[in-house]
Design a protein around this ligand. Sequence first.
Ligand SMILES: [Fe+2]
Length: 175
Amino acid sequence: MATTQATQQQTLRELMIEEIRDLYDAERQLVKALPKMAKGASSDKLRSLIETHLGETQEQVKRLERAFEVLDEKPRGKHCAGIAGIIKEGSDMLEEDFEGAVLDAAIIAGAQRAEHYEMGAYGSVIAWAKQIGEGEVASLLQLPSFSSECTTLACGSVRPVFSPRATGTSMTPLL
Ligand SMILES: [Fe+2]
């Protein structure tokens, strides 16, 4: 059965809306989870980075709502099992006995997982929006910026502890 280009575009639009619903739910789950992560952080720098990111996440929620408006769709989420799993792993990690800089390293790893998940989803949705001529939606949806800052923090925090060349056991000057 031949699929016309118009049908394909329509189907891609439906897929894009499904994915935006997933992202909307994911961002809202993160808005709830980030304050717990910030509270668990032992470094002030990490805590303030997470708090700043909470503001950015709330901004992403608004951008997604605007995208629904542009698409003439109700702002409704669809449970994102992917981010729920990542958040669950992160909160399980907070329950473990890690503390100080090592706990922070675990929090950073969890935050990076969440951001990378989102980056994949945003990347696809932005590409699809451009493909079907929804330029305004494409420009409303921005890739998260948290990851590179997280990577910098992760490098700073983990290397001195785990590098084979590291000497001594002090874990204080990590972040
Ligand atoms: Fe998802």
